[in-house]
Design a protein around this ligand. Structure first.
Ligand code: ATP
Ligand code: MG
Ligand code: MG
Length: 353
């Protein structure tokens, strides 16, 4: 059989490896992390740095195609690998998704609606940005943020010093605070032939900047706005000649869907597709990068609820195991930490008890 290489060692890689195995592929995980939950289920594992060229070259030789589960893989690593093996999605998508400024400019350039934003390379630029955008606003590091880390909210211009310190004085972007009704995502998959499919958009609820739950069906405003958001994500995927799953996060507002950010990978808000859709995001990502036909994205049984198990939520596992309607996913991470995603649970065709 063929081997699919996965860059990154987290739970997304783990679920990709399971889907790949079901389709008859072997997986080879490449991740610098000492604890890799993806490597626990992969056929092979290389634990090495992103810039270790001899190890990367050996990995490339062992794989028929390489994909990723982590969008902060250095672009240089992707470029190096691309000289040896097909890498899907490619460096262009990562380069944009790793940089919040480049991402917002790219999407605005394609006609997408974003929050008002301004570059904040230094402290002085923050005052200028605030004068233009006004408060309330959110200051975000341009690179490396996730789960709401590297962000500070400003209720008034007088919060500027505190916000600048809170994000570690890194190059940043200031965004106007979007008054949204709901958050939702578009999960799209695009094949090597350019065919794109989407799943129904879930409603996403965040707590403390971390996704807590995704549910379907979403409220009417999300259903009304998903078509425009999908069209946006299709334009983005086409412009990048993207292959694989691409996720867009949106705010549903009175003015229509507002693009927040994208992830060039499978996404937490798509975990419900494992049991809730005919073909999961993980299976369709593997199909796409392997050059296979895409599977049906329909969600035949509603309602669907996916809840994350974050930190001490994992103590609820015995109760979830006792719930005959619950599909439990335990990521097998060694360490329980507050704010860490340790598993998720999904209910299909019924509300959670
Ligand atoms: P993720 O874990 O999804 O990658 P992240 O750290 O990249 O998160 P964002 O998605 O940009 O951060 O922001 C986290 C959350 O903060 C959003 O889901 C939303 O609830 C809120 N938020 C972000 N930007 C704005 C904004 N401009 N206006 C209002 N709320 C916002
Ligand atoms: Mg993000
Ligand atoms: Mg986000």
């Amino acid at each position: 059989g063929s081997t699919i290489g996965i860059l990154g060692g987290g739970q997304l890689g783990r679920m990709l490896a399971v889907a790949a195995a079901q389709l008859g592929y072997r997986t080879h995980v490449y991740a610098p992390d000492r604890e890799s939950v993806a490597a626990q289920v992969a056929a092979q594992h290389s634990q090495a740095a992103w810039d270790d060229e001899p190890r990367l070259a050996a990995f490339a030789v062992a794989c028929d195609v390489v994909t990723l589960e982590f969008e902060n893989v250095p672009v240089d690593t992707l470029r190096f690998l691309s000289g040896h093996v097909a890498v899907r999605p490619g460096a262009a998508a990562l380069e944009i998704a790793q940089d919040r400024l480049a991402e917002k400019r790219f999407v605005a350039g394609l006609g997408g609606r974003t929050a008002p934003f301004a570059a904040v390379p230094d402290r002085a630029a923050l005052d200028a940005a605030l004068a233009g955008i006004g408060a309330p606003a959110i200051l975000k590091t341009v690179r490396m943020g996730y789960d709401g880390k590297g962000q500070a909210r400003l209720a008034a211009a007088s919060d500027a010093d505190a916000a600048w310190d809170a994000i570690g004085r890194h190059p940043a972007i200031l965004e106007g605070f979007v008054a949204f009704d709901h958050e939702f995502s578009v999960i799209l998959v695009r094949g090597t032939d350019g065919e794109a499919r989407v799943w129904d958009s879930p409603l996403n609820v965040h707590q403390d900047g971390i996704l807590a739950a995704s549910t379907l069906p979403p409220p009417p405003i999300v259903r009304d706005q998903q078509a425009e958001a999908r069209a946006m994500m299709e334009r983005i995927a086409e412009a990048l000649d993207y292959v694989g799953v691409l996720t867009g996060e949106f705010f549903a507002t009175a003015d229509g869907p507002v693009f927040n950010e994208m992830a060039p990978r499978v996404h937490n808000s798509g975990h419900w597709t494992i049991e809730g859709a005919v073909t999961s995001q993980f299976e369709n990502h593997i199909r796409a990068v392997a050059g296979l036909p895409l599977g049906d994205t329909a969600a035949p049984r509603l309602p669907v609820t996916m809840r994350n198990l974050i930190g001490r939520d994992i103590d609820g596992v015995p109760a979830l195991l006792a719930d005959g309607a619950c599909h439990l996913h335990h990521y097998g991470k060694a360490e329980v930490r507050a704010g860490r995603k340790l598993g998720h649970a999904t209910w299909v065709g019924t509300e959670p008890a």
